[in-house]
Design a binder for this molecule. Structure first.
Ligand code: ATP
Length: 622
């Protein structure tokens, strides 16, 4: 629930409007003025210091420009109209028009500059985050929700816009506006200025209090809304609907919905009323303030202490005092919500990649393909929601695994679910590093090699191969960017997939993947094999699909595999008897340990676990 709320809070911060302020307040809850974070956040603005200085001058000009019309109006009334001097009236009227044009132009400049800074800082952060995420290991992504990461890179960063416009520019322009207004008021008439300032608490305090009450209600509304949304999406989805009907939960579901429905209704009525009272109060005050001004100011005019123009000027200045004061009173919320946002961004930036790059670069296909594991132990780091308590015993996914795979050998990893087969396979391309022990490629410690050169030596056929939403050609070219059409077709022929691709609507130019043309499981596997063939690595890592396939597809895959394995070192998580029979060596794993190594014949009647797997799990082709 908390995570969802964080997501929502992050999601909405880019926009403007009523809910936005609530979300900022929600984010700011429990936050404090964390100076190191504020300093680090400001560092991102350093490259744009010239723009920042310029924008400060522009804000100063807008603030001063905002009070000038009040002074000009006073001049028109007191020096022009009152003294019947038309030339003065014309002069100051023109000045009024020019000021309006000038402030309009300056405000455009301000918007342009502040957006330029915000968008640049945002683009910098997006790039830094994306680059940083590219350096993370696969298990980093396994332990996080994809949606959360996407939201950090998009929404959290988008919220930086808010930091610039609301927090920095807002703070500065409100402060300067108030200063300019007060200066103007006190220089016109200090007595009236004091009266105007006395009225301030009447404006600011109720707005603050009612604002807080509204936000608390809004928090409750959001909570009930989210409960309702969860219930709706669960109960109106096929699986949920099925579950509800099987367990006869319709009545209970209705009761639950009725409760959130009623709560929402009551809360929203209350929220609407709170708003009404505030508007009534503010409406009243925005009339009472000027009324008091007119009353007292009128007395001063009658006693010849001020001109009529001063009162008129004061009434326009009043709005320039109360609005900014109100906003300034809320600035701590936007500062704190910005701190919370940057804290989230920095937390992500500070996660060190689990796998560090080595220095030694080996040319592609220069290795023999010997893989050696020496006393390898591995435990998955616990992160996020799955974080284990400090004193919890380490859960080893691999325990003291020692194994040598000779060049050109085909090795099948077998074992029950959770035995550690995938974990072992993932250590070879360094998707993760062993917690203890060493892994060698041709006698070289894999940690000493650069990740790029290490990975270019090996091809991977995962259990459920993934293709980008792109053409077949571009998905194939991931393996070899300069592959010619002929090379690609040759690889696809060898992998028994050419005919299938040729028959697609646009042949090799058909878009496949996520929302493109859906290839079947067997087709995906063969296309993945073609991709590895194109890459032509010395080492092949393969996670065989568990699903049963029909005879034709099965034969096609076996033929494709036969080509793939020729002259290469292969480590396969095997599920099919035919694959296992073809391998030179079978490694039997259980609970993270290697319990036996041998051929099918040496194991089948001598290793009880292997015998059991053989009898129950290995899929025998029809
Ligand atoms: N990302 C992860 N985070 C934490 N634990 C994990 C992670 N992936 C796997 N494990 C745990 O590590 C152990 C070994 O898992 P692994 O996936 O290597 O087994 P496997 O033999 O490949 O199983 P299967 O045949 O079901 O895929 C299991 O206990 C599993 O729960």
């Amino acid at each position: 629930m908390q995570e969802m709320r964080e997501l929502r809070a992050g999601a909405g911060l880019g926009g403007h409007g009523g809910g936005n302020r609530w979300q900022m307040r929600e984010l700011a809850k429990g936050e404090h003025f964390d100076w190191p974070i504020i300093r680090r956040a400001l560092e991102a603005f350093v490259p744009y210091w010239k723009h920042a200085i310029l924008v400060s001058f522009v804000i100063l000009a807008t603030s001063v420009g905002g009070v000038v019309p009040a002074w000009l109006t006073q001049q028109i009334i007191d020096e022009g109209i009152d003294k019947r001097r038309m030339s003065v009236v014309i002069f100051f009227t023109l000045a009024l028009i020019l000021t309006a044009i000038a402030t309009g132009l300056i405000s455009v400049l301000q918007t342009w500059l502040s957006n330029l800074i915000a968008q640049n800082v945002m683009a910098d952060y997006r790039m830094t985050l994306f680059r940083h995420l590219q350096r993370q290991t696969v298990s980093f992504f396994a332990s996080r929700q994809a949606g959360d990461l996407v939201s950090r890179v998009t929404n959290d960063v988008t919220a930086i816009q808010n930091v610039v416009t609301t927090t920095i520019v807002g703070f500065l322009s409100n402060l300067l506006s108030i200063a300019a207004t007060l200066f103007m008021m006190f220089s016109m008439n200090w007595k009236l200025a004091v009266l105007a300032v006395i009225v301030v608490p009447g404006f600011v305090i109720p707005t603050q209090r009612v604002g807080r009450a509204r936000q608390e209600l809004q928090a409750k509304i959001q909570e009930w809304l989210s409960r309702m949304t969860v219930q709706l999406s669960e109960s109106l989805g096929v699986s949920g609907a099925l579950l509800i009907r099987i367990f006869n939960r319709q009545a209970a579901e209705e009761a639950q919905f009725a409760e959130s429905n009623a709560r929402l209704r009551d809360l929203q009525v209350r929220q609407a009323l709170i708003g009404r009272w505030l508007f009534m109060w503010l409406g009243m005050f925005s009339s009472i303030g000027p009324a008091l001004l007119w009353g007292y100011g009128g007395w001063l005019v009658i006693h010849h202490q001020i001109g009529l123009g001063v009162i008129v000027a004061f009434t326009t200045l009043l709005s320039r005092l109360y609005g900014p004061l109100n906003q300034l009173a809320q600035v701590h919320v936007s500062v704190l919500s910005s701190v919370a946002l940057f804290r989230r961004i920095f937390a992500l930036l500070d996660t060190e990649p689990e796998v560090r790059d080595g220095d030694v670069s080996i040319p592609p296909n220069s290795v023999q393909g010997q893989i050696r594991l020496e006393h390898v132990w591995f435990s998955y780091p616990s992160t996020g929601e799955a974080k284990a308590p400090q004193d919890a015993p380490v859960r080893w996914a691999l325990k003291d695994v020692s194994l040598t795979i000779e060049p050109g050998e085909t090795v099948a990893l077998v074992g029950p679910s959770g035995a550690g087969k995938t974990t072992l396979l993932n250590l070879i391309p360094r998707f993760s590093d062993a917690s203890r022990g060493q892994l060698y490629l041709d006698g070289m410690d894999v940690k000493s090699l650069t990740l790029t050169s290490l990975r270019s030596q090996m091809g991977l056929v995962p259990q459920d191969p993934f293709f980008f939403h792109d053409t077949v050609v571009n998905n194939l070219r991931l393996a070899k960017p300069d592959a010619t059409q002929a090379e690609m077709e040759a690889a696809c022929r060898a992998a028994q997939i050419h005919d299938t691709i040729a028959a697609l609507p646009q042949g090799y130019e058909t878009v496949v993947g996520e929302r493109g043309y859906r290839l079947s499981g067997g087709e995906r596997q063969r296309l993945a094999i073609a991709r590895v063939l194109l890459q032509n690595p010395k080492i092949v890592l393969l996670d065989e699909a568990t699903s049963s396939l029909d005879t034709v597809v099965e034969r096609q895959i076996q033929e494709a595999l036969a080509v793939l394995l020729q002259g290469r070192t292969a480590v396969m998580i095997a599920h099919r008897l035919s694959t296992i029979l073809k391998s030179d060596k079978i490694v039997v794993m259980e609970k993270g340990r290697v319990i036996a190594v041998g051929t099918h014949h040496s194991l089948v009647h001598h290793n009880p676990l292997y015998t059991r797997l053989y009898e129950t799990q290995f899929q025998v082709e029809p």
